[in-house]
Design a protein around this ligand. Structure first.
Ligand code: FAD
Length: 391
């Protein structure tokens, strides 16, 4: 008999309208047909498969929830399913997509002027332009709220940027990077759409990452990078403004964690069915079944949490702490699930060709990016107690 592999045990997909379900299936087919066969090779080579970008564009899912500017205007629930569906096959591809569609386009959609939205969003939506998001610095990660050292100064009709950014996904080949910098005049964080061919702008690839190897991260150096006033994001005038972008993208990362966990779980179920020891399929052993049940329990809890999170987002009820709680819980549980999936696969669990090893590595990166467990916990802790415990 065949195993029940599907990690959507409570049929959450059935809550999607039929037309959205079709979108989910198109993404699944794309990931199975185009990504799965090549991804381990790219992971090993530490390269991004740029040939996938036009095919990804054809799916018309970029900027999925935004209204207007060539964007589909769909629900956050569908966006969550899309993030999950991508990460289920590969978390790097879903991260590339999340940077383009969420962090970069989201900064412009939520904080840009009408002209900036009209100019950039349709091009980014179609992947005619590739975007990145530059907030973290070599010496400032968790403490970005008060501690950015990248500076900006207004000079006539221009702004002059100086400083360094680290970990910036897609930035080795992106056309623009959204750079957040501290204004030397008023001390506030401001955002800028910086074109990567601006004189004084340099992006260098971060080599030898042991997670999300397909995502191309860069260290960016800006030396007297001069951008016009029209490049300043109109509504990005303090760190609080930027928090609206992170709230939205952290909800997507929670869904990505569901995908990463679900991908590993589904590979593991199939493996335990196929693998025989002591003359029997290992899936018939009680201790293996207990592992599968523990994984599925956590996965089901994560999915239902994310489902409610997206519903709150669709109703305009989402607060920072809601997104942070899901980000913490889902990325933490994902670490457990991928490592148990590895465990039930024995030695083969550490081989790239069996896929789960890639999920184990990639889970470490999503656990740390978009706010570590500690930082997101502190956001939730502040909501529970009314006391900020960041410092
Ligand atoms: P640190 O801030 O140095 O933290 C180290 C440890 O100290 C962590 O465990 C942290 O939780 C803990 N800690 C810090 N402060 C406190 C505190 N107050 N209380 C308790 N514990 C604390 N950034 C971008 O801007 N753009 C990107 O595209 C991007 N992509 C990324 C992709 C990858 C693969 C990775 C790994 C990172 C990416 N980042 C990106 C950066 C990411 O957001 C940071 O790595 C993250 O915010 C943590 O910062 P840090 O690595 O400097 O760790």
């Amino acid at each position: 008999e065949l195993p029940w592999i599907d990690g959507d045990f409570y049929n959450l997909h059935s809550t999607l309208p039929l037309e959205d379900r079709k979108v989910q299936m198109q993404v699944r087919d794309f990931m199975h047909q185009e990504v799965a066969p090549i991804i381990n090779d790219y992971w090993r080579k530490d390269e991004f498969p740029k040939e996938l970008i036009p095919k990804l564009a054809e799916l018309d899912i970029c900027g999925l929830t935004y209204q207007g500017y060539g964007c589909p205007g769909k629900s956050f629930l569908l966006e969550g399913f899309v993030a999950m569906e991508m990460a289920k096959t590969d978390t790097s591809i879903s991260t590339f997509f999340g940077v383009q569609s969420g962090l970069c386009m989201g900064s412009i959609y939520l904080l840009g002027s009408e002209e900036q939205k009209e100019y950039w969003l349709p091009k980014l939506q179609k992947f005619e332009k590739i975007g990145a998001f530059g907030l973290t610095e070599p010496k400032v990660g968790s403490a970005v709220a008060g501690g950015l050292t990248t500076t900006v100064k207004k000079e006539g009709d221009s702004w002059i940027l100086n400083g360094q950014k680290k970990w910036i996904g897609n930035a080795t080949f992106s056309d623009i990077v959204i750079i957040y910098a501290r204004d030397l005049d008023d001390g506030h964080v401001k955002g800028f759409i910086v074109e990567t061919d601006t004189p004084g702008f340099k992006a260098e690839k971060i080599k030898d990452k042991m997670a999300l190897r397909v995502v191309q991260n860069a260290t960016i150096t800006m030396e007297n990078c001069k951008v016009p006033d029209s490049a300043k994001l109109e509504k990005a005038n303090s760190f609080k403004d930027l928090a609206a972008v992170l709230r939205m993208t952290r909800a997507s990362v929670a869904w990505q964690a569901v995908g990463c966990a679900r991908g590993a779980y589904e590979y593991a179920v199939q493996y335990t069915h196929d693998r025989k020891q002591f003359g029997k399929s290992i899936s018939s052993f009680q201790l293996i079944q207990d592992h599968l049940v523990t994984m599925l329990s956590n996965l089901t809890a994560m999915q239902n949490m994310c489902y409610r999170l997206s519903k709150m987002q669709d109703n305009g009820e989402l607060k920072d702490e809601h997104a942070s709680l899901a980000k913490v819980f889902c990325t933490l549980r994902t670490r457990d699930i991928v490592s148990t999936a590895r465990e039930v696969m024995g030695g083969n669990g550490i081989l790239l060709e069996y896929n789960v090893a890639r999920f184990v590595a990639d889970a470490e990166a999503i656990y740390s990016y978009e706010g570590t467990k500690e930082i997101n916990s502190l956001i939730v802790g502040r909501a529970i107690t009314g006391k900020s415990a960041f410092i």
